[in-house]
Design a protein. Sequence first.
Length: 305
Amino acid sequence: MMSFKKLFHITGPTSSGKTLLAIKLGKRLNAQIVSCDSRQFFKEMKIGTAVPSEIQLSQCVHHFIQHKSITDDYNVGKYQKDAIFLLKKLFKDNQYLILVGGSGLYADSVIYGLDDFPEPIPEIKKELREILKTKGLVYLRNLLKEKDYKYYKYVDLNNTHRIIRALEVCFSSNLPYSSFIGNKKSPDFFKTATIRINIERKTLYEKINKKIDQMILDGLENEVRFLSHYKSLNSMQTVGYKEWFAYWENLSSYQETVELIKKNTRRFAKRQITWNKKYLNAINYTHDQNIDNIIDLLNKTVTKS
């Protein structure tokens, strides 16, 4: 019987214990860990992104942890190319690898592939960012409505990054952004099984609140203040970072800022839970389950895919 390489994908909302489970599986399977957390890539963002501790990093080999700067032009397309290149290399000597992180789009880019979009023209990228500064997001929304109504109808109109990205493609190619969607091809050199961490909502929210309190004690405000001159970057629109700017402008109190971070983190967790429902064949995991039983289920699931 032919043996194939296996990628075990761990997903779940923020604060649900993905890192701990990944390390537990990694140690048991002698497997390396590939992060798909799009904010843990950045070396300047440590406290607010809950980067694994030095002790945790020493227990298993990790990849894509703090390997980039927030000033680097790094996106899901570049990550996907880097990740596929790495997987091909690592699978030469490893039967198992573990993909873990809370960024669903980045995980899916590895598992299912990405649509092939044209590279935007640099001058157009620069011009659109200038339009955002001078005319605002509403103007860009109307541009997108005019250029690609199909994508406009379902994109998150509050997501500035996605609106600009779509317009970059529209203006660079003279074609609608939506015309490039649906042409993805899944990698064929490994098979995947997904394990989805389930946690009771009340318990999750308690863990989130406690985690934010610890981040504050660890110096989150100072971390963000050090990066405040980069506040226009997409990476700085992250929950736990963006909320401080209103506080420093005396638009909210300190306690209101902390509570807003907790509230926005809970909202983010809800969106992750919704996203994770798409993994219809995922194994549902709770922290009282035996790790060997989980591994057995993962192996059985991947052989059916």
